[in-house]
Design a protein around this ligand. Structure first.
Ligand code: ADP
Ligand code: ASP
Ligand code: MG
Length: 414
């Protein structure tokens, strides 16, 4: 399985470059299934058009508020980007004498639930792809999309082509899933932020899962979860040079484990403080119940008791895109919860250090707090799991915090 991301298929020249790798695989006697993203920038454009279309609800010439946003039509629009690149790739391969045919998600038998815009894969009927590969023809499949249970095209959420590739690799029993992108592997942190970031030869599924879910966009989180569940060996590598990439694999395939393997960050955070709530049993349930019912995910949570000991402040984070909705929900339940006022701040970022070595080594969190304190960076919230520590800081300190931590944990490239 070979998957190429947006920058790797951004124009015909790049598609031709990707085709070179397909030919190399064919020459080595492999059967190749290719999964493609849309050309870089295309999906953003399609999303922006859909949003602009929906904004027509504000046209002063129309009387009513209009219908709610139709995610199935959104999917119709944004799924088209991948249909262009797979057709072009098949044409390029054919022009070079390689038998190839393109497939949409539906044609490839990839079925999803009906959660348009963020659909989950439910089943794959790999028959059509198997037949194609058995004929010695390269199968070129659209990433990011499938056929929903309602019979319409559905997309898997941004970055979803990674998930398509891993799911198809699992369904086909592929030997490996190569993810070709614009960096030559998974680094200790985003190489666009820290020039001294180091490429990892190997990383465990668990660490990659944390890295991705905590903000490292190099692989979509769900693709890693799928790879882990189905034991798909994933390799991340560059489509532009032949450097060896990073293998995502199980812990027992890694000889020497670092305590901290990587640092991830996310600017997709917002902080809410519910100020002066009564410090009594049931308050947290009263606050988080309505948010859960509104399908708003809460991440980090801190409760601090006020000086008089009778009231508390409850601080937590939500996705930045859900801040307005979360504030509205809380306002609506003001009397039931019983708080004095709400505070919101979306100039925050979450910085996380990740490593399976934390299970057996103490002091990782302490190093983190000390390093940030030395630079006068205030920690607004903390959350931990067995293999990560996350802190919430003011957004302006994101890069400084990452660079300091990268050095403190000895991750800088020599
Ligand atoms: P594609 O279009 O190929 O799917 P993405 O933009 O989704 O590519 O993912 C690759 C990008 O992920 C890189 O350009 C890099 O900036 C970013 N990235 C973030 N964290 C990391 C990391 N730890 N290692 C490598 N790349 C990372
Ligand atoms: N084209 C989609 C996106 O930009 C899916 C992907 O590239 O993985 O989100
Ligand atoms: Mg991607």
């Amino acid at each position: 399985m070979q998957k190429f991301g947006g920058t790797s298929v951004a124009d015909i020249d790049r598609i031709r470059n990707a085709a070179r790798r397909v030919r190399a695989g064919m020459a080595a006697g492999e059967r190749i299934c290719v999964v493609l993203s849309a050309m870089a920038g295309t999906t953003n454009q399609l999303v922006a058009w859909s949003e602009a279309a929906a904004e027509c609800r504000n046209d002063p010439a129309v009387p009513g508020p209009g219908a709610p946003f139709d995610w199935a039509e959104y999917d119709r629009v944004v799924a088209t980007g991948e249909e262009i690149t797979v057709g072009l790739m098949a044409l390029v391969l054919q022009a070079q004498g390689v038998p190839a045919r393109s497939f949409t998600g539906a044609e490839a038998g990839l079925r999803t639930d009906e959660a348009h815009g963020k659909a989950r894969i439910e089943a794959i009927d790999a028959g059509p792809l198997r037949d194609c590969l058995a004929r010695g023809t390269v199968a070129v499949v659209t990433g990011f999309q499938g056929l929903a249970a309602d019979g319409r095209v559905a997309t898997l959420g941004r970055g979803g082509s990674d998930t398509s590739a891993v799911a198809l690799a699992a369904a086909l029993g592929a030997e490996r899933c190569d993810i070709f992108t614009d960096v030559d592997g998974v680094y200790t942190t985003d190489p666009r932020i820290v020039a001294r970031a180091r490429k990892l030869d190997r990383i465990t599924y668990e660490e990659m899962l944390e890295m991705a879910s905590l903000g490292a966009k190099v692989l979509q989180t769900r693709s890693v979860a799928l790879a882990m569940a189905h034991n798909v060996r994933v390799q991340v590598l560059s489509s532009f040079d032949d450097a060896p990439g990073t293998l995502v694999c199980s812990e027992d395939e890694i000889m020497e484990q670092q305590i901290v393997s990587g640092i991830a960050y996310s600017r997709d955070e917002a902080r809410i403080t519910v100020a002066q709530v009564n410090d009594r049993p049931g308050v947290a349930a009263a606050i988080f119940g309505p948010l859960a019912r509104a399908n708003i995910n809460v991440d980090m949570i801190v409760q601090s008791v006020s000086r008089d000991g009778r009231s508390a402040n409850l601080t937590f984070t939500v996705a930045r895109s859900e801040l307005a909705r979360a504030m509205a929900e809380l306002e609506e339940h003001r009397t039931a919860v019983g708080f004095d006022h709400l505070l919101a701040d979306d100039n925050v970022a979450k910085v996380s250090v990740i490593g399976v070595g934390m299970r057996s080594h103490a002091g990782v969190a302490h190093t983190m707090f000390e390093t940030l304190a030395a630079k006068g960076i205030n920690i607004q919230a903390i959350s931990t799991s067995e293999i990560k520590v996350s802190v919430l800081v003011a957004e302006e300190y994101t890069e400084l915090a990452i660079r300091m931590l990268h050095t403190a944990y000895g991750l800088d490239r020599a």
